[in-house]
Design a protein around this ligand. Structure first.
Ligand SMILES: [Zn+2]
Length: 343
């Protein structure tokens, strides 16, 4: 499964794709940019259209660039998604992967009618852009089975090689009125089976435990901006153990590292920790942010490798519970192992 690192144009540091940087992560293969971000920088947008995204951002050509439509960012600012400009940008800048120009995101606490309305409006966009490499988007909600049926009923959409799904994490975290875990996982297993031939991307995976869920479900790629926004709050990821606050920043009051975890992280082998050590991770400077962000992304990439190796060797079923310490996702992972014959 491909890990797509969410980035922001407001600051391209740490340049984890740059072989000359202290923060270089050679295993990184793809990044995701939001169009909401690009739209805020008209001159940079134009340069991307004239010279390509890689050249403008000085990102090596081998790194795949995924483009999210930014619908979430635009709606949060109360702005209508500029679909024409999005299309124009895609025609000229040619990102490797791009979502349809707009989708209407249901929240777990919406009524059934409201979720139905999100489905109707999103499917209108999916249908209008059933050509030219646009990736249709569907959402985990109480109407997920209607999404699947409508996608399959449309010949052009059914023939698309790719599909993206949003809303997994908020639903797995059980917001009010959300589905039960069993219902969500069963609908995801069903979705994977119904679209067995498609490359399925999952939007917005958070930390390491959700990687296990996505990989057990057989999804092809996930994106996460968690490596950066956790770093900004002074939070570091730990392999198999979720996340801990290493330096209290802002109003965020997360769980702190205990002595054993502090020892574990002091021995971290990521490029940033090897160079800057524990003091670097704890630093409140901009460099501290870069060190934590690099560390966090490295942990995600390593976790993906661990899961992949253990699934391939057949050891996963014996190793996962020892690897995932006290994860709230353990029952979900157990459910997937018990209900999915391919594992
Ligand atoms: Zn590290």
């Amino acid at each position: 499964m491909l890990i797509v690192a969410g980035i922001t144009l407001k600051s391209l540091e740490p340049r984890v794709w740059d072989a000359s940087s202290s923060y270089f992560l050679p295993d990184l293969q793809a990044v995701m940019i939001s169009y909401a971000d690009i739209h805020q920088f008209p001159r940079m947008r134009q340069r991307m259209m004239d010279n390509g995204i890689h050249a403008t951002l000085n990102i090596p050509g081998k790194i795949q660039i995924f483009l999210d439509n930014g619908a979430f960012g635009f709606s949060r600012r109360g702005v209508e998604t500029p679909t024409n400009e999005y299309e124009e940008f895609i025609r000229q800048a040619k990102p490797y992967w791009r979502a349809v120009p707009q989708d209407f995101i249901p929240t777990p606490n919406m009524t059934l009618d409201e979720q139905d309305e999100c489905l109707r409006r999103t499917m209108l966009v999916n249908t209008a852009y059933d050509y030219d490499g646009y990736v249709p988007v569907i959402h985990i909600s109480r109407v997920i089975n209607d999404y699947i049926a409508q996608m399959k009923a449309n010949e052009n959409l059914a023939a698309k090689p790719c599909l993206a799904i949003g809303g997994i994490v908020p639903n797995l975290l059980r917001a009010p009125k959300s589905l039960t875990h069993g219902e969500i996982l069963q609908s995801l297993i069903n979705l994977r089976r119904e679209f067995a031939d498609k490359q399925i991307h999952v939007f917005g995976i958070g930390g390491t435990s959700t990687l296990h869920v996505a990989m057990l479900l057989g999804f092809d790629s996930v994106d996460s901006s968690g490596w950066r926004n956790r770093a900004a709050r002074g939070i570091v990821l730990l392999s198999g153990s979720g996340e801990r606050t290493i330096v209290p920043l802002g109003s965020w009051n997360g769980r702190k590292l205990n002595a054993t975890e502090m020892e574990q992280i002091a021995e971290c082998f990521c490029p940033a920790c090897r160079k800057f050590g524990l003091e670097g991770l704890k630093s409140q400077t901009t460099e501290g942010f870069r060190i934590r962000a690099t560390h966090n992304l490295w942990i995600l990439l390593e976790e993906q490798k661990w899961i992949s190796e253990n699934l391939n060797s057949g050891d996963y079923i014996n190793a996962y519970s020892g690897h995932l310490n006290n994860s709230t996702y353990l029952p979900l992972i157990r459910y997937l192992i018990e209900n999915k014959t391919s594992i």
